[in-house]
Design a protein around this ligand. Structure first.
Ligand SMILES: C[S@@+](CC[C@H](N)C(=O)[O-])C[C@H]1O[C@@H](n2cnc3c(N)ncnc32)[C@H](O)[C@@H]1O
Length: 201
């Protein structure tokens, strides 16, 4: 399948990825009050498709990713004016210190199933929120015999919604809600996706 570094340059030429990111952005917009002054963090941003789809409904975006290839695409997009006031971060909350900046909205779309140290990453995302800020996590449901990433060793096949909600609460977040958010199709199989929303008290 290739690493994210290798896949970054061609990422946006897959219409399914663009459509899925739009679907996530609309689900976020339906779940959380947006404001053009809102400080946005997209964690595991890839090429920033979700932030692009949120557009001017939010303020300046901080686009964080651990893949140098993805960050190179993001740097080009920031330079071309695609994200006014935007910046790109090399950040892996599994290993890095939590930056001191604070955000009103953090979005993590289809990244957490790549993470091993999930509680550490959720705690980091929670700490990055200003009081009252929201975390939105879009990711794969755990399904019987899930095979989304069957060739990868560094991933798991998705989340039990109730278990993830409990982990979000343990990370210090409240008002956790989980709803359906479409599906990702691969090899003719639709893998359901959820959107979890939680708030920093
Ligand atoms: C499936 S892509 C999703 C990209 C984008 N969020 C989207 O929805 O189009 C997962 C992204 O998460 C990034 N990623 C994986 N593990 C990460 C980690 N521990 N910290 C930060 N980013 C990570 C990858 O480099 C990749 O860009």
């Amino acid at each position: 399948m290739g690493s994210f570094d290798d896949r970054a340059a061609g990422w946006d030429s897959d219409p399914a990825k663009v459509a899925r990111a739009r679907e996530v952005a609309e689900a976020v917009a339906a779940a959380v009050p947006l404001d053009p002054g809102l400080r946005l963090l997209e964690y595991g941003a890839g090429t920033g498709l979700v932030s692009e789809a949120l557009g001017r409904r939010v303020g300046a975006a901080t686009l964080a990713d651990s893949s140098a290839g993805m960050r190179a695409v993001l740097v080009e997009k920031v330079a071309s004016g695609r994200f006014p006031g935007g910046r790109v971060w090399d950040l892996d909350l599994e290993t890095d210190d939590v930056p001191s900046a604070r955000f009103d909205l953090a979005v993590a779309s289809l990244v957490l199933h790549h993470v091993r140290e999930l509680d550490r990453v959720l705690a980091g995302l929670s700490r990055l929120l200003a009081p009252g800020g929201h975390l939105c996590v879009a990711d794969l449901d755990r399904t019987e015999g899930g095979t989304f990433h069957r060739h990868d060793v560094d991933t798991h096949d998705g989340f039990d919604r109730a278990e993830l909600a409990a982990r979000l609460e343990r990370a210090g977040l409240v008002d956790v809600g989980v709803r359906d958010c479409g599906a990702v199709e691969r090899d003719g199989v639709a893998h359901p996706v959820f959107l979890a929303v939680a708030r920093r008290p």
